[in-house]
Design a protein around this ligand. Structure first.
Ligand SMILES: [Mn+2]
Length: 248
């Protein structure tokens, strides 16, 4: 990996409904991400992404161009699927120079063997969401969905989003939270660090594993400010953008 450090973000939920969030992200790219070795996007970057046709809709054109410019300037951009944008694929590499890595990946950051994942799969108590995940990520369903005209798939995506938002409002804090056994199982893959999003809350938690320790970093959602994670000088550090005292 690059010696110039890495930055991890997730859950921006960019859409034309929230132009101020896109503006915050563009400012972040200029002031914070430029010069970084790798920008890691850990899912739900887009409020929803319908597949290759979304490039033609223009909704995220400026975002894609800015990501491409970041890549051209020497920062690698890597993308892990969230539960809102798991239809992202080759088109992101083609139009924005972004490498899409799918569900999760493992990388070494300094001494730390690290799992990078969106995190919705940790909500294993949430049966409804797990069934939804299994169905929508089925390859046959994905192929049919991609073949639909973009107006139809956009309509389906908006309905799914409305359903998901209604569902989140109904669900108790307990079902929305991660299941400890699912996180321990992930540490069982041999990693000592997990970085994920989905819960919309920036936290740092230590786990006692058999004879070793594991550390979980969760990323915040982007609202008035961004809570993200940085890796530099051998350490992970939670950060806020804009920094206190350097506000709007
Ligand atoms: Mn999510």
């Amino acid at each position: 990996m690059s010696g110039r450090g890495a930055v991890f973000i997730s859950d921006l939920h960019l859409s034309d409904r929230h132009p101020e969030r896109s503006e915050l992200f563009f400012r972040f790219l200029e002031e914070r991400a430029a010069g970084i070795g790798t920008l890691w996007i850990l899912g739900d970057f887009f409020d929803f992404w319908i597949g290759p046709a979304h490039v033609r809709l223009g909704e995220h054109r400026e975002t894609l161009l800015k990501l491409r410019a970041l890549g051209d300037a020497g920062t690698e951009v890597k993308f892990i699927w969230g539960n809102r944008d798991f239809q992202a694929g080759e088109e992101l590499s083609k139009f924005a120079g972004v490498e899409v890595l799918g569900e999760s990946c493992e990388r070494k950051f300094g001494e730390h063997r690290t799992l990078l994942i969106h995190g919705d799969s940790f909500c294993s108590r949430d049966r409804g969401h797990q069934v939804f995940r299994a169905v929508t990520r089925n390859r046959v369903v994905k192929a049919i969905y991609k073949a639909l005209p973009s107006a139809v798939s956009l309509g389906i995506a908006k309905r799914l989003r409305a359903r998901s938002e209604a569902g989140v409002a109904r669900k108790s804090a307990r079902t929305m939270s991660f299941a400890e056994e699912a996180i321990r199982e992930a540490f069982g893959r041999g990693v000592d660090t997990i970085v994920c999003g989905h819960c919309h809350e920036a936290r740092e938690e230590e786990f006692e594993l058999e004879g070793r320790k594991g550390r979980l970093y969760t990323l915040g959602a982007w609202e008035e400010e961004a809570r993200y994670l940085e890796f530099s000088g051998g350490e992970f550090r939670p950060r806020v953008f804009p920094e206190a005292g350097k506000g709007a």
